[in-house]
Ligand binder design. Structure first.
Ligand code: UTP
Length: 293
């Protein structure tokens, strides 16, 4: 089996839950303290050994290629001002061996369609998919690494899964599965955003996937589903009738930064870990709580 070397970042969604902020700026460029969501996801992929990053972009996403590109004027100014620490941060957004590819999704007709747009660059290889708005705080940024380790032993598609509150299952792809080991399950069925009383479990698929290239043919046959979009979940439902698909309950804490509450929670928790801020921000929060908010 070929190793996983390419990762797809579908970032062409409209981000309507973050309007008006997401009107001209992609929600994936929103910062958690001082680093945009998209960079956290890119770093997670690089930490897992990925060396080709494929961004599926839409209109108004020009700041994403700008972010990963050289910033000549800024770098010259910082060098001239001897601000070498900041210069290094700006220069080392990605290591030099990593390549970025940008593909336009002309119309935001669903995550499944966005993944299909990557086929010309992926070809006949297994690959990773990361949704940057699912921000995962894990030691050494290792969520995708955990999944690639499992792939290297099992050579099949792997989905990142976690238990969610029963009343929230209608926001996720939900699986029906049998346990294989402590954190691993074999997925028998998957359904996108089921009504709470019809969900097969409370195990939800979150924004980390390793997929075999067979998914592309299946996505081509997939019709518009929930929300009138071409859903990745519907393609995976076809895939697991042909191939083994495993679910991995990763270690790490996930924040749904596609919604405002999850984004604020991630911001607060990361600020409390930030070397420059944790002390002052922690005191500020304690003070605020002391005043009885
Ligand atoms: P979401 O369901 O979060 O949709 O997409 P969205 O449009 O980004 O945000 P809301 O719901 O309007 O607030 C999940 C992921 O799939 C990508 C999004 O960019 C996000 O990373 N996506 C979605 C695409 O790339 N293309 C699409 O057509 C749809």
């Amino acid at each position: 089996m070929k190793p996983i070397k390419k990762a797809v970042f579908p970032v062409a969604g409209l981000g309507t839950r973050f309007l008006p902020a997401a009107k001209a700026i992609p929600k994936e460029m929103l910062p958690i303290v001082d680093k945009p969501l998209i960079q956290f996801a890119a770093e997670e992929a690089v930490a897992a050994g990925i060396d080709v990053l494929i961004f599926i972009v839409g209109r108004n996403k020009g700041s994403i290629p700008d972010h990963f590109d050289k910033a000549f004027e800024l770098e010259t100014k910082l060098a001239g001002d001897n601000k070498h620490d900041i210069l290094n941060i700006v220069r080392n957004v990605l290591p030099s061996h990593v390549d970025c590819v940008y593909i336009r999704q002309a119309e935001a007709i669903g995550l499944g369609h966005a993944v299909l747009c990557a086929q010309p660059v992926i070809g006949d290889e297994p690959f990773a998919v990361l949704l940057p708005d699912d921000f995962i705080d894990a030691p050494d940024n290792c969520c995708l690494r955990q999944m690639i380790d499992i792939y290297n032993h099992n050579h099949c598609s792997i989905l990142g899964i976690e238990q969610v509150a029963r009343e929230t299952v209608n926001r996720y792809g939900i699986i029906d599965s049998v346990p294989v080991s402590n954190r691993l399950s074999k997925i028998n069925a998957i359904v996108e955003k089921p009504p709470v009383d019809q969900a097969p479990s409370n195990l939800a698929v979150v924004g980390r996937y390793i997929l075999t290239p067979r998914i592309f043919d299946l996505l081509k046959q997939t019709k518009h589903g929930a929300g009138n979009e071409i859903q990745l979940t519907d393609g995976i439902a076809k895939l697991l009738k042909e191939e083994i698909v495993l679910g991995h309950q990763f270690t790490g804490k996930r924040f749904d930064c596609g919604n405002k509450l999850g984004y604020l929670q991630a911001t607060v928790e990361m600020a409390l870990q930030h070397p420059e801020l944790k002390q002052d921000f922690g005191m500020y929060l304690q003070d605020l709580i002391g005043k009885g908010i």
